[in-house]
Design a binder for this molecule. Structure first.
Ligand SMILES: *[C@@H]1O[C@H](CO)[C@@H](O)[C@H](O)[C@H]1NC(C)=O
Length: 215
């Protein structure tokens, strides 16, 4: 009986680790063959005998992103397309630069949680929980602080000061994806019909048209 229970506990542990990390790797690595013709979930593997150190490497994250845009922020991604060795590993990185008072507008990552640390400056960050609470969880972060944005939830950041701010984010996908709320609603191709958005936001078609023109 004790032995059966012990086996059950081990199986439960193995299963929970498997659930938490996705399926165990079946090989040391699967460097993305970015030009491959095979369509799989992720990228097909490059021939392991042709893999080089540079397949596991990305240089340049010390470089400031260009924040001269409407939002005053720039994300520099290090996802699988920038670093092919990330294929199948379920992790990635990004640098986010902010001009003074710049924003990273509300968005979601459909495939990743995000853990962010502040290297320079101060950020006001937040995310919103799902219905019916729609609780807004927000905090001001300073250099050295770390904050996590749970997978799929709408979140944003704003530089809270007159100097540039820099953050580094780790994400739990090789290809986190991003859905900026404004672009998704007002910049889809083709557009969501204006009257649907007007009724959604309880406002006029003209007001919606004005926003749609900006995206
Ligand atoms: C930054 O982006 C702006 C707008 O696209 C562009 O005009 C400017 O030349 C860029 N600056 C640098 C240093 O690349």
């Amino acid at each position: 009986m004790a032995r059966v229970f012990g086996l059950f506990v081990i199986l439960a542990l193995v299963f929970s680790v498997w659930m938490a990390t996705g399926q165990s790797p079946l090989q040391d690595f699967c460097v993305a063959d970015l030009k491959g013709q095979v369509l799989v979930n992720g990228f097909a593997c490059k021939n392991p005998s042709l893999v080089q150190a540079n397949d596991f490497y990305f240089g340049g994250l010390h470089m400031m992103g260009n924040t001269s845009n409407a939002f005053g922020s720039k994300v520099t991604p290090v996802y699988v397309t920038q670093l092919p060795g990330l294929n199948t590993l379920g992790i990635s990185l990004a640098r986010v630069d902010f001009a003074p008072w710049g924003i990273n507008p509300p968005h979601t990552h459909p495939r990743a949680s995000e853990i962010m640390t502040i290297l320079e400056g101060s950020l006001e960050v937040g995310f919103i929980t799902s219905n019916p609470e729609n609780r807004h969880i927000t905090k001001t972060l300073c250099k050295g602080d770390v904050f996590v944005f749970p997978v799929n939830l709408v979140h944003y950041q704003r530089n809270n000061g007159n100097t540039n701010a820099i953050a580094i984010s780790a994400l739990s996908s090789q290809n986190p994806g991003v859905m900026p709320v404004a672009n998704v609603l007002f910049g889809s191709k083709p557009d969501i019909p204006t009257d649907i958005l007007a009724r959604t936001f309880q406002t006029s078609d003209e007001f919606i048209c004005d926003i749609q023109k900006k995206f």
